[in-house]
Write a protein that binds this ligand. Sequence first.
Ligand code: ADP
Length: 158
Amino acid sequence: MKVVYPGSFDPVTNGHLDIIKRAANIYEEVIVCLLINPRKNYLFDMDERIEMLEELLYDYDNIKIAKYSGLLIDFVEENNVDAIIRGIRAVSDYETELQLAQMNKFYSKKNIETLFMVAEPQYSYLSSSIVKEIASFNRDVSKLVPENVAKKIKSKFN
Ligand code: ADP
């Protein structure tokens, strides 16, 4: 089974990585897909976000990184993806995720399923936005993101 794990990954956190690796233990192929959301202001541009992910995941044969500027369901159809993976941290994630999953199913020709993986408790408070906020006040985020990401964040805010 081939699954896609879509998101902004601005930047990738330990919570994202945990979901990616857990999914790769279950499914034959996991595509981490960076989607372009025109309503979002990114700290890292697309190439920087992809580079960080590639550095972290290059030795996993069944994990691929992709970018896409259209609708996720079009990516799903073009790449013969079997299901979408999303992470759930708390009840607050549930409401938006439910809406996204239902819309994706409704609009996809093959009624694409979204599968949810529950965040590990130690990552349930973790988000890319909180990491950026803390880092913007010159605090160390090296326990929240991988080393290469912590370094890049530091140089952004210096
Ligand atoms: P989006 O902009 O689509 O929310 P993100 O990059 O913030 O993209 O997140 C991508 C996916 O990862 C989402 O399903 C989100 O719920 C999940 N996620 C984010 N942070 C964590 C975490 N700490 N643990 C588990 N899943 C997470």
